[in-house]
Design a protein around this ligand. Sequence first.
Ligand code: BES
Ligand code: ZN
Ligand code: ZN
Length: 469
Amino acid sequence: MKLKLKSEAVKADIAVIFVNEKVLHDCEDKKLLESANFEAKESQLCMLHEKAKLYVGLENFENDNLRAAASNMIQEAKKFKYESINISHNDLGNIQALVEGIILGGYEFNYYKSKNEPSSLKVVNIINEDISKKFEKAFSDAVIVAEATNFTRSLVNMTPDDMTPDDLANEAIKLAENSTKLSTQVLKYKKLEKMGMNAICAVGRASVHKPRVIHVAYKPKNAKRKITLVGKGLTYDSGGLSLKPATSMVTMKMDKAGACAVLGIIKAASELELDIEVNAFIGSAENMVDANSYKPDDVLTAKNGTTIEVRNTDAEGRLVLADVLSYAQESVESDYIFDYATLTGACMVALGSYTTGVMGHSPRLKDKFTFAAEQSGELTATLPFNNHLKKLLKSSIADISNIGSKPYGGAITAALFLDNFIEDDMKEKWLHFDIAGSAYTDTPWDCNVAGGTGAGVRMSIQFMKNLLN
Ligand code: BES
Ligand code: ZN
Ligand code: ZN
């Protein structure tokens, strides 16, 4: 399906009309719609086939409502035999939300379906007879960001055997090969061992698919800022010897969602040609069980020399991130360092499965990011650090333990663990995003269909755009 911006009406099979109760009042089809019980309420749809019109109800035209309504609309439109749709739209304020609703809501992942029956819908025209340069840019930017979000979703949705650490590295290489603006470097297992990245090596060593550290760089000529992104890329998390129960293991292919998000972000940043240098680092491994598994009771020496007592091999993401955060900070200087990780079930307990947990030391940075997330339509909430929780990571045998000694505040203790690998001069520039809940969904919500959601992409690009304004 292609989304096109047109400056005049073209022929199409149906016209889509968004209406709220107020607009419905003056609508030419009011009588007909009323007899069909259509009241223009949120999530109501009414297809008038004879009139070639699809009416879509929404509470108001604010971004979040329009995005959800557009998503609803496109899913409905795809059910019929229509090939083209027209939507008249000239509001610069919510064109991004409209585009996102259509591209994100219209997303399908059919890679594993043997009988793939594509919808007949080929083109969606957005018609604005008074297109300004600004409108055109808002439209094309929104398409880039939404498609990058879908790119992230598709990577997340790939199964563990089809997306091993090496496959993920190849995806990064492919991404860079298809762009003149990106470059990649991949570090393999032996090299990681030599470089002292013992924590990621321990996590990944029981798997036949050995770990990789992947660096993708976007270095525009006139970069005004530099951002480092770090993503957790567990292509499967069985829990290791601290094995997950069977029901918790299902969906753990999504434990690479942080890595997939940073790839989506750098893809979008480069296509938008943002004047920001972006360095994306991925720590990718498969947490498996084998005679060679790392064990509870092991003590690992991370890249920065910190010793870690392993008390639970299922708290593996933080071990991977420990090494990759150190490596990222050694490799490049930056104004910000953000990490994205499906890190804790505790974050879902705290916030529900729609909201990303945001943690860090700088209240200003957290506020700035929260503002961007709200603009982008992603849900976030900040979780506060405190020294009492920090003390729960004490170990009697090593510098720190990989889990807290009490069962509460797990999302925060995980972030406080990561804090041990953030250098002093980066403390105020660091944010940690726990996307355990927000990165994946079993059931559709908002503009998300079941599967990977692409959490992290839209909000991070919005943050970057705000930096440049
Ligand atoms: N990948 C999981 C976290 C997770 C859980 C993501 C559910 C998405 C949905 C992570 O590696 C993990 O297993 N964390 C443990 C930590 C615990 C052992 C301290 C958890 O959350 O149970
Ligand atoms: Zn785990
Ligand atoms: Zn994990």
